[in-house]
Design a protein around this ligand. Structure first.
Ligand code: NDP
Length: 419
């Protein structure tokens, strides 16, 4: 039905590629392109034995739009699924625009070099005007709206779990359960244990930058920023049990705040154990989370990139991780004049994921919706010229596909609310 190029071949991409291969009627041909081609080759060799999907592999440095453009043209692909890092988003979008193909990703743009003056100027302005200081935001990609519209291309932004599925849950709640949504609490619980003193479940650099930043939430359309990890709650999660969770800034809040202006408050909480927080604080205190280059014995090194080299590769956690994740959204609002509350969530088991595709649940819960987003764009079910987040399309086909491809969800009326 279509030919997709997937860029990146890390933890999330490996799951998305495996899932595409389970869905060979839609994904007849894949081009796997990444910085380290040998990872693509290894996966292609494994999957072509069990799938009808035809796979070719390429090396690419996706920091360079021209390299991506050449590959799109060479292989005549119809869409690109970007599962490299947020640093490459704009370069890959530029290549898609030039080549005239659709674009899908799972994380919004963040610059690798925070000292870039053009980025820094805009960042300072946004911090002052909007009041949140995360290094990532949607403005850079929303700027492509007119260009994608004029070219008749679809850009689907943030088609992972959070963002991605959580935003689809919001659209689904609004479509089927509420006339007005008043509050949304997004709860991301990982009850998994990998047995290491410290490791991150996805790319360490992106993960540690996210969780060490100030927290923020949206109230009546305005951002409220608080010190990192300063808002703490406990919640009893189905399949996991009681966990400590902390309020974080998270990218879907920005898009949901814009697309659902009626919502009075949107918050995001993620669970962390005490040991994780102590390790992170210590690394931060000694400067290991710094993202700027420092001199070391005559060489320049970026501490957080050096740390990444020391930490376990998230893709290697699969066999060791036991336990479950539980990620979902709690809503309050009004239907037919009556106040109501609702919880939509998915529970996913690390070992089940490992048995199926050889990955832990964090990569799985991101890779499956990435495949679904690409499928809906390729099949034309989610086709709309411009750039959009997942809450801006009809949620029903996405929700149906979650059940079909390994992430079944539940709807619970009258859940325990987060104070
Ligand atoms: P990994 O670090 O495991 O994989 C990243 C892959 O991208 C690697 O294969 C890497 O190559 C490749 N890559 C990096 N830079 C380039 C480049 N310049 N050109 C080509 N390829 C490149 O990351 P994850 O799989 O954990 O995460 C992938 C994406 O998913 C990230 O953007 C992350 O933010 C996002 N994510 C989204 C979530 C969501 O729910 N929405 C949740 C978790 C992650 P190499 O092998 O050479 O290192």
């Amino acid at each position: 039905m279509g030919k997709l190029m997937i860029i990146g071949c890390g933890g999330v991409a490996s799951v998305a590629i495996s899932k595409c291969c389970q869905n060979a009627d839609v994904f007849e041909e894949l081009v796997l392109a990444s910085r380290t081609k040998s990872k693509c080759d290894a996966l292609a060799e494994k999957l072509t034995k069990v799938s009808k999907t035809k796979i070719v592999t390429e090396a690419v440095n996706a920091d360079h739009p021209d390299e991506v453009y050449e590959l799109i043209k060479k292989h005549q692909v119809t869409a690109v699924l970007n599962l490299a890092l947020p640093y490459q988003d704009l370069a890959i979008m530029d290549a898609c625009l030039k080549a005239g193909v659709d674009y899908i990703d799972t994380a919004n743009y963040e610059p690798e070099d925070l000292s870039d003056p053009a980025w820094a100027e805009r960042y300072e302005k946004r911090c002052k005007e909007l009041g949140f200081s995360a290094y990532f935001d949607y403005s850079w990609q929303w700027d492509y709206m007119d260009k994608f519209k004029e070219a008749g291309l679809t850009g689907l932004l943030g088609s992972g779990f959070d963002p991605g599925v959580t935003s689809v849950f919001v659209a689904y709640a609004k479509k089927h359960y509420f006339d007005t949504i008043k509050t949304i609490d997004i709860l991301d619980c990982n009850g998994g244990d990998h047995g290491y003193p410290f490791a991150t479940n996805f790319n360490p650099e992106i993960n540690l930058r996210e969780v060490s930043a100030p927290g923020s939430y949206m109230e009546n359309g305005k951002w409220v920023e608080v010190p990192a990890m300063s808002i703490h709650r406990e919640y009893d999660f189905e399949g996991v049990g009681k966990k400590d969770m902390y309020l974080l800034h998270h990218e879907e809040i920005e898009a949901l705040g814009r697309n659902f202006p009626e919502v009075e408050r949107i918050r995001f909480f993620m669970t962390f154990g005490q040991s994780y927080l102590t390790h992170m604080k210590c690394l931060e205190n000694v400067g290991m989370l710094r993202t700027d280059a420092v001199d070391f014995e005559g060489n320049k090194i970026v501490p957080i990139q050096f740390l990444k080299a020391l930490l376990p590769d998230p893709a290697s956690l699969g066999p060791r991780t036991v336990g479950k994740t539980n990620i979902g959204c709690i809503f309050t609002g009004v239907k037919d004049g009556k106040e109501k509350t609702l919880y939509i969530y998915n529970v996913c088991d690390h070992q089940e994921c490992y048995k199926e595709v050889g990955s832990q649940a964090i990569s799985y819960t991101t890779g499956v919706p990435a495949m679904i987003g690409a499928m809906l764009v390729l099949t034309g079910k989610w086709k709309n010229p411009g750039v959009y987040t997942t809450d801006e399309f009809d949620p029903d086909p996405f929700m149906e596909a979650l059940n079909q491809f390994g992430l079944p969800w539940k709807v619970e009326e009258n859940p325990v609310l987060v104070p």
